[in-house]
Write a protein that binds this ligand. Structure first.
Ligand SMILES: NC(=O)c1ccc[n+]([C@@H]2O[C@H](COP(=O)([O-])OP(=O)(O)OC[C@H]3O[C@@H](n4cnc5c(N)ncnc54)[C@H](O)[C@@H]3O)[C@@H](O)[C@H]2O)c1
Ligand SMILES: N[C@H](CO)Cc1c[nH]c[nH+]1
Ligand SMILES: [Zn+2]
Length: 455
């Protein structure tokens, strides 16, 4: 079956408009709600509420009715009737899942944990101490957040990798209390591999709740789930909108939507590798996959490789659908135009499949994660390398960055003076305090200098 992926020829104009339009079109912003999900909304709420209205209603009910509302929505939305004592996964269940897991699987989780820890510890912000003037000491101190909530998706697939890419950065930052929420499904709270991974990572608090009701429970606190300081992790539209809704009550990381990759390829790139990389993000379905190249004929060779591989892969149909709705093969005028268009698109993942990728990196300023060279598929970052795979999507890489251990730290500035430092800053403090009419501010300086005999 021939693949109907969009082809764009940018060789004759600067194509900025075309890429901006593509960005809008290929940015589902997580707004992909299936017909079944829409039907569920009507069944639960009795009317076709918008996802935003659904989320506001769920969050308000959880804030006022607590666990009872969480259990009610879990029954209606997930078709699972949990009793209050069944929400938290017991230590015995975590132990049993761990005992039952294949030793090679646990060894893989442990090895990846080490990779993630090594990277995340290396990039941790360090405290700063300076003495810019005699008698004045300034500093910046980082301390880990006390308690965070981690959303792990589990509606359509199981994601032990997302557990690694969220929990381990928090551990690297020194967060002591980590509460994982995951829907009560065979891909989530009843998934033995996921539970075994939790136990392997030392996560002891896992709650079988998902969607907006889980986010609200973490934000407001309900019986059995204490309120957290920050909520991180990806999820479907309901999770994303709920995180936005509770922001301010708690902090959140970002709104991570459907996956996307931009691939910049020169003549050194193998069309089969390119096709495999485009399909690997498309198989998330939805996922946007875009090729930018200035090599004549490469687009045709990639199209042929895509058709060949889609026919052989088990998720080929899902990936085909995604490539046809959210994919594009783009002919550029030259390397410079490919770089400009990539920056404009601001992809979650950028794969530079060229002979000398380091040469292009300084100009590639806008991307969540950059994969360098023909031997570095995005799947390495998704699963094992070390940086988190929770990255900014839908063009938000313009201003947002991927999740890291630093997102679990808070900053406090430190200021200390001795008598000399106090006297040095006093005239400027007095002047501004006078301008603002805040006499007590001025007096708090004057009283000290008076005592020191330096009025
Ligand atoms: N960016 C990343 O790092 C990353 C990693 C893994 C997964 N993902 C993405 O996260 C998403 C996860 O989606 P998922 O399907 O597994 O869902 P999910 O686990 O995030 O959410 C499922 C929950 O949504 C709620 N829900 C479903 N339909 C609803 C409705 N009509 N009204 C109210 N609530 C409803 C239910 O409570 C259900 O438990 C996918 O798009 C996947 O590609 C992203
Ligand atoms: N590519 C996804 C978003 O970056 C992460 C993921 C999980 N599993 C495989 N891939
Ligand atoms: Zn992926």
């Amino acid at each position: 079956m021939s693949l109907k992926i969009r082809r764009i020829d940018c060789t004759r104009d600067d194509a900025r408009e075309a890429i901006a339009a593509l960005r809008r079109e290929l940015s589902p912003r997580g707004n992909v709600v299936s017909p079944e999900s829409r039907a569920r909304t009507v069944a639960v709420f009795g009317e076709p509420l918008s996802p935003l209205q659904v989320v506001e209603r769920i969050c308000d009910h959880v804030a006022t009715r607590g666990l009872e509302a969480v259990l009610d929505y879990t029954r209606k939305l997930d078709q699972v009737a949990l009793k209050p004592g069944e929400v938290r996964v017991s230590a015995d269940e975590l132990d049993a899942a761990h005992r039952g897991a294949a030793p090679e699987y646990l060894a893989t989780i442990a090895r990846i944990r080490e990779n993630v820890l090594t990277y995340q510890r290396a990039i941790l912000n360090r405290d700063v101490h300076i003495e810019p003037k005699p008698g004045l000491k300034l500093g910046l101190r980082y301390t880990p957040l006390r308690r965070v909530g981690v959303c792990i998706p589990g509606g359509a697939a199981a994601y032990p990798s997302t557990l690694l890419m969220t929990v381990v950065p928090a551990q690297a930052a020194g967060v002591r209390e980590i509460a994982v929420v995951v829907p009560p499904t065979k891909f989530g709270g009843y998934n033995p591999e996921l539970l075994a991974a939790c136990r392997e990572l030392g996560v002891t608090e896992v709650h079988r709740v998902g969607g907006a009701q889980a986010v609200a429970a973490l934000a407001y606190g309900v019986e059995g789930i204490a309120a957290v300081d920050k909520i991180v992790g990806p999820g479907n539209l309901f999770v994303a909108l709920a995180k936005k809704h509770v922001y301010g009550e708690v902090d959140i990381d970002s709104i991570a939507g459907p996956s996307e990759v931009v691939l910049i390829a020169d003549a050194s790139a193998d069309p089969r590798f390119i096709a495999a990389d485009l399909i690997s993000q498309a198989e998330h379905s939805p996922g946007a996959s875009i090729l930018l190249t200035w090599i004549p004929g490469l687009v045709e060779r990639v199209q042929a490789a895509l058709e060949d591989q889609l026919a052989k892969l088990s998720r080929g149909d899902l990936a085909r659908d995604s490539l046809e709705r959210f994919g594009a093969l783009i002919d550029c005028r030259d390397e410079e135009q490919a770089v400009t268009l990539s920056n404009l698109f601001a992809p979650e993942h950028l794969h530079v499949s060229t002979a000398d990728p380091e040469r292009l990196v300084p100009a590639l300023t806008v991307a969540g994660a950059i994969f360098l060279g023909n031997l570095t598929p995005v799947a390495l970052g998704d699963y094992a390398a070390g940086p988190s795979h929770v990255l900014p999507t839908s063009g938000t890489a313009r201003w947002a960055s991927g999740l890291s251990a630093n997102d679990f730290l808070r900053r406090s500035s430190l200021i200390a003076v001795d008598e000399r430092g106090l006297a040095e800053l006093a005239p400027d403090v007095r002047r501004l305090a006078d301008v603002e009419g805040l006499t007590a501010h001025r007096w708090s300086v004057d009283v000290r200098l008076e005592k020191a005999g330096r009025p």
